[in-house]
Ligand binder design. Structure first.
Ligand code: PRX
Length: 632
């Protein structure tokens, strides 16, 4: 991280966007809107929620019983009614809702709002056939295809709780998540395509459900029609067979605002990943609002969020937020540099993308390969650029602003988390942008940088980024582990602690520096040190392991592992490769260490806890800080 950041707080550098983008934006004047929110927070959210359709209005906007919030009490709605019916039964009926592009040019599917509505209803009826109903959990482990989005919406339609698992996760990670939610059904595909190769998914699912007795059925989307995979009829059913002969209509289940909508796993600092629970009412309002106001979505926009729906960004800003706003969304099963680094820019030109949302790691990769790739394309359709997942360092900001945005497009660097459900900090459109800084809390959010006692840090002094008031799309609990939920609110009294280190400048702009805990953000994805360590230790040659994040110019961080071998095992390159392969199979390719060092011992506290901080300081040649608890 340090390598990517060289911002001087006293060196004030702002980019001031064109005045007309502020005048024409939904948000208008940020300060005025923020003050209006502060004057009447409940009134603010009430007004936003009224822009959506509810089957029954709420009695109260919120109830705050620290640290538990309930929003839109007794309100009844269905997010898919708001994503689909509202548009399919209006003049947006024939508007394109979803455009999908595969790796090959000919691979394209387009759904209007009417068609998407119908596809979701049919699949929802198919799920009902399998006995799936309100409150049942469904695991979705699929590539980025329209059926992935349809499966999510179909679950939400009937009140089943979906839990999407990123298609790049391995057997153990998938098994842990299926068991965690006690999924009744798993929806998957035969293969995912990456870099021209078909990567099988079905076999991973088959292995992952072996010790998951809750799973009754597996639904399989068979993409490879030349060689259709064989199905085991007692357990497996074809995605499209399931919808054969079903009704085209499926009424949206009226959901209580506080009913769970989905569970999404995110890495924890210790042990198992956490199933973050989001609810129907607050999440709908939060994602609708932020998509509209942060990205300034208008009816004429073509919107592309490059995140896989397996991550929260894909949930909130790839699927729900844009559909709630009736936008035309592009999704792509496309690797940024395959077949060449011009792929994404070609898609922007071809589809006339106007709003583009991606991650700093991708931007840095494109910077490295050179601006000749974007310069070959006509990117003049773009009007808003977004960034998420990790700090957007000033060099990457400037490149994005100049080379992609041609000095015209505002950049919204959005800070938020799986747990927050929606954007929390950004520089709203029309406000001066400060490279390296995400910006300020959006209207609706009260956030600050504080010390361990909760006191506001003066400008220039680093502290913890916290949120001080509840917000509609905040997670409600950690699935089956409420203790872990309370921890978020107990670390600093009265505050939600995000575990990010940050610093404010004199104008209140916030710079997010990185994690304060044992999570490593690799290419914008959170990886728990504990998860990688336990994957390593599950290899028969490993006695102990510790992993740290090392700053990397492109990925933000990479993983370095320190490994103690069992007696009699010989270190060497072959074993290193075996360990990498083992982690790939266990957790998936995103978690593999890029460096492995065999060591004789690890720095530990007297109580036996590995001091990763000391390892990291050693590795980076830095001061390890307080080592008074270090074992002899
Ligand atoms: O460390 C912060 C970083 O990503 C973490 C949240 O990760 P996750 O739950 O996977 O969600 C990622 C997408 C919302 C945060 O605690 N992070 C996210 N956005 C930014 C960021 N760091 C700096 N700048 C951002 N814009």
């Amino acid at each position: 991280m340090a390598d990517n950041f060289n911002v001087r707080l006293d060196e004030v550098k702002y980019y001031t966007p064109d005045a007309c983008c502020k005048e024409q934006s939904w948000i208008g004047d940020y300060n005025r809107t923020y003050q209006a929110f502060l004057a009447d927070p409940d009134g603010f959210w009430d007004g936003i929620a009224r822009e959506l359709d509810w089957f029954q209005p709420w009695d109260r906007v919120k109830e705050w019983n620290y640290p538990y919030a309930r929003w839109f009490l007794n309100g009844k709605l269905n997010i898919t009614h708001n994503c689909l019916d509202r548009h399919a039964h209006s003049q947006r009926r024939n508007k394109v809702a979803l455009m999908w592009r595969g790796e090959d040019e000919g691979d394209e599917q387009i759904y209007t709002y009417r068609q998407l509505h119908q596809a979701v209803c049919r699949f929802a009826n198919g799920l009902k056939r399998l006995g799936v109903g309100k409150g049942d959990r469904v695991c979705i482990y699929m590539p980025v295809v329209p059926e992935q989005v349809i499966a999510m919406l179909a679950c939400a339609r009937i009140g089943a709780i979906h839990s999407v698992v990123f298609g790049g996760f391995g057997v153990n990670a998938l098994n842990q998540r299926i068991r965690g939610i006690e999924a009744k059904v798993v929806i998957t595909a035969d293969v995912t395509y990456r870099r021209g190769k078909a990567i099988p998914l079905k076999n991973i699912v088959e292995e992952a459900v072996v010790s998951a007795p809750s799973v009754e059925r597996i639904v399989i989307l068979r993409r490879d029609t030349d060689k259709p995979v064989e199905l085991h009829p007692e357990m497996e059913v074809d995605y499209y067979d399931l919808t054969e002969g079903v009704d085209r209509e499926c009424p949206a289940e009226p959901m209580d605002a506080e009913d769970p909508l989905f569970i999404l796993y995110t890495s924890g600092t210790t042990g198992s990943p956490k199933g973050i629970v989001h609810t129907c009412g607050g999440y709908t309002v939060g994602t609708y609002y932020t998509t509209k106001y942060v990205f300034d979505v208008k009816d004429s926009d073509v919107y592309w969020c490059t995140a896989d729906p397996g991550w929260i960004t894909g949930h909130s800003y790839g699927v729900y937020g844009p559909l709630l706003n009736g936008a035309t969304c592009l999704i792509a099963e496309a690797t940024p540099d395959y077949p060449d680094p011009g792929t994404w820019w070609n898609l922007i030109e071809e589809y006339g993308v106007t709003i583009f949302y991606t991650a700093p790691t991708a931007i840095r990769m494109f910077m490295r390969v050179g601006e000749e790739w974007p310069n070959r394309c006509n990117l003049s359709s773009l009007r808003v650029l977004g960034s998420v997942g990790e700090p957007l360092n000033p060099e990457a900001f400037e490149w994005y602003y100049r080379t992609i945005g041609k000095d015209r497009c505002p950049i919204v660097d959005t800070w938020w988390q799986t747990e927050t459900g929606m954007h929390m900090l950004t520089t709203m459109i029309g406000e001066p942008m400060r490279p390296g800084f995400v910006g300020k809390p959006i209207p609706g959010v009260v956030a600050d940088v504080v010390d361990m006692e909760g006191n506001s840090c003066p400008p220039g002094t680093g502290g913890l980024l916290v949120v001080k008031e509840p917000w509609p799309s905040m997670m409600r609990t950690v699935w089956n582990d409420d203790e872990r939920y309370r921890k978020y609110w107990n670390t600093i009294p009265g505050c939600y602690t995000a575990a990010d280190l940050a610093v404010k400048d004199k104008d209140g702009y916030i710079m997010v520096i990185g994690r304060s805990d044992d999570l490593i953000v690799v290419a914008g994805h959170n990886i728990g040190t504990a998860e990688v360590e336990s994957a390593l230790v599950s290899h028969e040659a490993v006695a102990e392991a510790a992993v740290i994040g090392k700053p990397d110019a492109m990925k933000g961080n990479v993983i370095k592992a320190f490994v103690i071998l069992k007696d009699g095992r010989q270190p060497g390159d072959k074993l290193k490769n075996d360990l990498v392969y083992h982690v790939r199979m266990t957790l998936g390719p995103i978690a593999i260490p890029s460096e492995i060092e065999f060591v004789q011992s690890l720095p530990k506290t007297r109580s036996g806890k590995i001091m990763r901080r000391v390892l990291k300081a050693q590795e980076l040649g830095m001061d390890p800080g307080d080592i008074s608890t270090l074992e002899e």
